[in-house]
Design a protein around this ligand. Sequence first.
Ligand SMILES: Nc1nc2c(c(=O)[nH]1)N(C=O)[C@@H](CNc1ccc(C(=O)N[C@@H](CCC(=O)O)C(=O)O)cc1)CN2
Ligand SMILES: Nc1ncnc2c1ncn2[C@@H]1O[C@H](COP(=O)(O)OP(=O)(O)OP(=O)(O)O)[C@@H](O)[C@H]1O
Length: 196
Amino acid sequence: MKKQIRESIIKTLSAMHPESRGDQQEQIESLLIQCVKNQPNWQKVGITISHYPEIETRHIIEKLWELGKKVVVPKCTHKTREMDFYEITSFDQLENVFLYLQEPNPQKTTLASKESIDALIVPGIAFNKEGYRIGFGGGYYDRFLAGFKGDTVSLAFTEQLRMDVPVEKYDLPVDMLITSQQVISCKEERNNENFL
Ligand SMILES: Nc1nc2c(c(=O)[nH]1)N(C=O)[C@@H](CNc1ccc(C(=O)N[C@@H](CCC(=O)O)C(=O)O)cc1)CN2
Ligand SMILES: Nc1ncnc2c1ncn2[C@@H]1O[C@H](COP(=O)(O)OP(=O)(O)OP(=O)(O)O)[C@@H](O)[C@H]1O
C-alpha cells in the first residue's frame, strides 16, 4: 500500500509541468518564510538537501541564512537507521554520499544535539491533512521524531496530498503542513472530526 502510493506520487511529481511546479514552489517558499518570520523562537532549523522531484530546498536554506537562522542538515547512519544533524553555513560543507543523498561533511561542520533543534522541516512523499506521511521508507524520520520536542513542518505540492495515507505503528504526524495554497494546522485537524 505505502509502496504503491510512493511510486504513483513520484511518477506524478516527475511529470509535473515545470511552470506549475515553479509556481507552487514559489508559493510554498513564501508561506514558509512568513511562518519562520512569525516564529522568533525558531533559531535552529533542520532541513534536508532536496533531490528532484522533491520540493527544492537550497533556496529555502539561503533564505533561512538571510534571516539569521542556523541551518542543520541530516547525516544518515545506514546500519542503525539513525540521523545526526550538523550545522552548515555553506553548501561547500556538503558531500555526496550513497544514492542521491548530499550530506554534511562532519569534518567541516558542527554536530547539533536533537534538543537544540527548534523546528524540523520533515520531508515526505505523501501527506494527509492530519500530518501523517509516507517517506522514502527508511524509517529515519519516524525514528528521529520519537523524542523530538521541537516543532515539525512539512512542505507539499498539492499533488502530494492524499486522503489514503495509511497510519502504522511507528508513524508520527507533523504539526503543520504548508502547501501552495494554505498552512494547515495538523494538530487542529486531528482534534476535529473525531479523528482517532
Ligand atoms: N532529500 C532528502 N534527504 C533525506 C531524506 C529525504 O527524504 N529526502 N530522508 C528521509 O527519510 C533521509 C534519508 N532517507 C533514506 C531512505 C531510504 C534509504 C535507503 O537506503 N533505502 C533502501 C534503498 C533504496 C530502495 O529501497 O530502493 C535501502 O535501505 O537499501 C536511504 C535514505 C535523510 N535525508
Ligand atoms: N521508531 C521506530 N523504531 C523502530 N522501527 C521503526 C521506527 N520507525 C519506523 N520503523 C521501521 O522503519 C521501517 C520504515 O518505516 P516507514 O515505511 O514508515 O518509513 P517512511 O515513513 O516511509 O520513511 P521515513 O520516516 O524515512 O521518511 C518500517 O519497517 C518501520 O517499522
